[in-house]
Design a protein around this ligand. Structure first.
Ligand code: KOT
Length: 797
């Protein structure tokens, strides 16, 4: 539905009047946000309804993307953009003396995820709707999103993120679609009507209530649904929860998002959360299949339904679908197994050993007795199927139940028809190292699907000026057909275009500089190099290597060795229990304090650690970046996606050949990226030979020694203890992240960056090439590959 400026103004006035009894002139920004989002809801509501009718009518196969995290950020501007209302609304608001950005700033960031994995899930939701597929999200309606990060005396402090307090204007609670999820008790199998039927004794049920969030497609008229489940006490059992405390225990189930990234948190509550949203999602799928689609043959389920599990957190879907098919729909085990494997597919997002989920058998038996029985049976049959065919060690290494644990990745792989990694190198490492034995058993299941990003958000929303320039140079079609962005390369020598790219970057940097001034009080020069590292704080991502570079630059400047002006900008949250990562934050903050306040270096170097990195903050930083830091230990970063967002905005990448950096390097060519560091074979050599001796390197390299020593010699005395922790970690024999091994090579890459910076024309040309080639990482294309190769989807008519 399109809208004219006048219609929009009228609608906005009406909403302000009916909701708050105010006129435009007297409305607060919060009231304007609320009214504006309501106008928008009216705009897409017919599409949302029609999409559901069309889906049921056409009966096309649908994918259900099961993810314990979704990180959509804010939705006002993306809904405006996707509905095709952006320009009209901006201009109407301007007429009214209002600014869309000010109003949009009132929307809480929906931070129901930790980082890359959650953001990817949200990107896929957008892309499915924007390319014409029916795709549904299935996740948890957390009361508190990822913690709000503050720095107090340089330390990270975590505050609750009560995002729902101000009400989520987009969601619709659908009580009539609620289902019950059972926990605890005991199960006995009894013969009933010729069927071994489970009889439950004891335990309790929790009501799963869905909150549906619309996912508006870009100019497609499609509005898909992201369904997030909340926990409530079933009406029939209210008597069993007489006190407020009792009630709180139930509500706690969906209260908090686990703030751990790449590490496994062995908490009972987490296991409950996983089963809760998996069971609710599958029950709701089967109800739709039987009631709405009126299908009665479960054997046809794979023709209508694909369930994708985003890493292993939803891997219990394998057992739960078996339970539903066997216990509830009386399908023979072997048949049910075939259906399950055809329906389910799995993405692995990390090779970090500590992220490999496993659950204690006793815990699982107590909480989910029937699921544990089913997993045991899947495992038993798996072992039988391989006995005598492969070495016993292979069976032991790959079976699901082992050493008192349930291995979730094994369950996911054995129960899926597709297992994918998220960049070619990562998939290769899965096949040859981490999941080698599985790859030998099921080579046909393994495939690569390189990650992608929502270019619409990172260009059209975050960088409207660059988007306009693209319109002028390659035509507006790039907005729907991103391959057209490649045409920007025709302007490689066009002085006018190069000048405009420069001007836009400078304006974006000025804007960020203002934000930095406002939030930190620190003045930064927008003409300096804006050097950006934004991602979760983790040892393998090596914010520490950037820190060493900063210290080296500082020493040079103090010693009269000149460098181009630079502002290093960090954004990163550390998991609350990850003390090393928190130590890194403290050290960076104290190093920043010393450098930012040292008049003797004349402001040539500034270090800014912005608080509370989230999607909203990313939208401010990314358009202003000159340098994108992608410096993980090679082999450790599965893909990375900030690397893609930054290149799309014309930042040049300094990178190890890790994750999707490899593909970015291939896309832009060696001349347009700064590659450094050990390659994957060298890294594995160190790991296999156990002969990494950082102390020898340190003792034989004066510059390295001086740089690392600064952490303990009193230069940054307010972080003396934490500095010592980092110092010791770098020098430890066989230190896993090989920080010092890449130090020299990283300095060389940074030197090259400085040399290039002096030639602004050639710098901007490199930026142009990066912008053009970011089209390769459009999540729309990624999703098209999943749809074709894994899910077997057809577009809606
Ligand atoms: C967290 C816990 C367990 C298993 C995996 C994770 C995980 C992995 N969380 N985020 N990731 C990141 O996923 C992104 C999307 O695929 C990748 O780009 C990134 O390299 C992963 O670290």
């Amino acid at each position: 539905m399109q809208i004219t400026k006048e219609e929009f103004k009228k609608e906005l006035e009406q909403k302000l009047d009916s909701q708050f009894a105010v006129d435009v002139e007297h409305a607060s920004l919060g009231e304007l946000y609320s009214a504006l989002s309501n106008v928008l809801r009216d705009g897409y509501a017919p599409n949302w309804r029609e999409t559901r009718i069309k889906e049921a009518h056409e009966g096309k196969k649908q994918v259900y993307y099961f993810s314990i995290e979704f990180l959509p950020g804010t939705l006002l501007r993306s809904n405006l953009l996707n509905l095709g209302w952006m320009d009209t609304v901006k201009s109407a608001l301007k007429d009214l003396g209002l600014n869309l950005d000010d109003i949009a700033a009132k929307e809480p960031d929906m931070a129901l995820g930790n980082g890359g994995l959650g953001r990817l899930a949200a990107a896929f939701m957008d892309s499915l709707a924007s390319t014409g597929y029916v795709g549904n999200g299935n996740g948890i309606h957390y009361k508190y999103g990822l913690f709000k990060q503050k720095f107090v005396n340089g330390y990270q402090v975590e505050l609750p993120n009560d995002w729902l307090q101000k009400h989520n204007h987009w969601e619709v609670m659908r009580d009539n679609k609620s289902v019950l999820v059972h926990f605890g008790g005991q199960v006995n199998l009894v013969q009933k009507d010729n069927w071994m039927t489970p009889e439950y004794n004891g335990g309790y049920s929790i009501k799963a209530v869905p909150y549906d969030i619309p996912v508006v497609g870009y100019h497609t008229g499609i509005v898909n649904t992201m369904r997030l489940w909340d926990a409530e006490i079933p009406e029939s059992e209210e008597i069993n929860y007489p006190t407020i405390d009792d009630r709180r225990k139930v509500e706690d189930l969906t209260s908090i998002l686990y703030p751990d990234d790449s590490s496994y948190s062995g908490r009972l509550l987490r296991l409950k959360q996983e089963y809760f949203f998996v069971s609710a999602g599958l029950q709701s799928i089967l109800r739709y299949y039987t009631k709405d689609l009126k299908q009665n043959d479960m054997h046809n389920l794979p023709k209508y339904v694909a369930v994708h599990i985003n890493d292993t957190h939803p891997a219990m879907a394998v057992a739960e679908l078996m339970r539903l098919l066997v216990d509830e729909y009386h399908i023979d085990w072997d048949e049910a197994w075939k259906i399950t494997v055809q329906v389910i597919s799995y993405t692995n997002h990390t090779i970090m050993a500590e992220a490999m989920e496993k659950w204690d058998i006793n815990m699982m038996t107590q909480l989910l007795p029937r699921i544990m029985q089913i997993i045991t049976e899947i495992d038993r049959r798996y072992v039988i199927s391989l006995t005598g065919k492969v070495a016993e060690s292979v069976i032991n290494d790959t079976r699901i139940v082992n050493n008192g644990n349930v291995q979730m990745a094994h369950l996911a792989i054995i129960g899926s028809h597709s297992v994918n990694g998220v960049a070619p190198l990562h998939t290769h490492l899965l096949e040859t190292e981490v999941l080698k034995e599985f790859y030998e058993l099921y080579p046909e299941r393994f495939n690569n699907k390189t990650n992608g990003i929502t270019l619409r958000r990172w260009l059209q929303i975050a960088n409207p000026k660059l988007s306009k320039l693209l319109d002028q140079t390659v035509g507006r079609d790039w907005r729907t057909d991103s391959a057209k962005m490649l045409l920007l390369q025709d302007s490689y020598k066009n002085a006018k275009v190069l000048k405009q790219i420069n001007e836009i970057k400078l304006e974006n940097k000025e804007k960020l500089a203002k934000f930095i001034k406002k939030t930190t009080g620190i003045t930064v020069d927008p003409t300096a190099i804006f050097d950006v590292q934004i991602k979760r704080l983790h040892a393998y991502k090596r914010q520490t290597l950037k820190l060493l570079h900063i210290i080296k630059l500082y020493h040079d400047l103090k010693n009269g060795i000149d460098h181009p002006k630079r502002v290093v900008i960090f954004g990163a949250k550390a998991a609350p229990s990850y003390t090393y990562a928190k130590d890194v934050i403290k050290v960076i903050n104290e190093v920043a304090n010393v450098i930012n306040n040292d008049a003797s270096i004349h402001g040539k170097l500034k270090v800014i650690f912005l608080e509370n990195y989230d999607v909203t903050l990313a939208e401010k930083i990314i358009p202003a970046a000159d340098i994108s830091e992608q410096i993980s230990t090679t082999t450790k970063e599965a893909s990375g996606t900030s690397n893609m967002k930054l290149m799309a905005n014309g930042a040049l990448t300094v990178a190890t050949m890790d994750g999707a950096n490899v593909d970015i390097a291939k896309a832009v060519g060696q001349d347009n990226i700064f590659i450094f560091g050990l390659n994957k074979d060298q890294v594995y050599d160190y790991y296999n030979k156990h002969d990494y001796k950082p102390r020898d390197m340190y003792n034989s390299d004066q510059v390295m020694k001086e740089t690392v020593d600064a952490l303990i010699d009193g230069s940054f005395s307010k972080a003396a203890n934490e500095g010592r922790v980092l110092y010791d970690s770098f020098l430890q024999e066989n230190e896993e992240f090989l920080v010092l091994a890449d130090f020299e090579s990283y300095l060389q890459a940074q030197k090259k960056i400085e040399e290039n910076w002096h030639d602004q024309r050639s710098w901007t040309q490199k930026a142009l090439v990066n912008i053009a080639h970011s089209e390769e990482f459009n999540a729309d294309n990624t999703v098209a590959r999943y749809a074709k190769d894994i899910w077997g989807l057809k577009k809606l008519n």
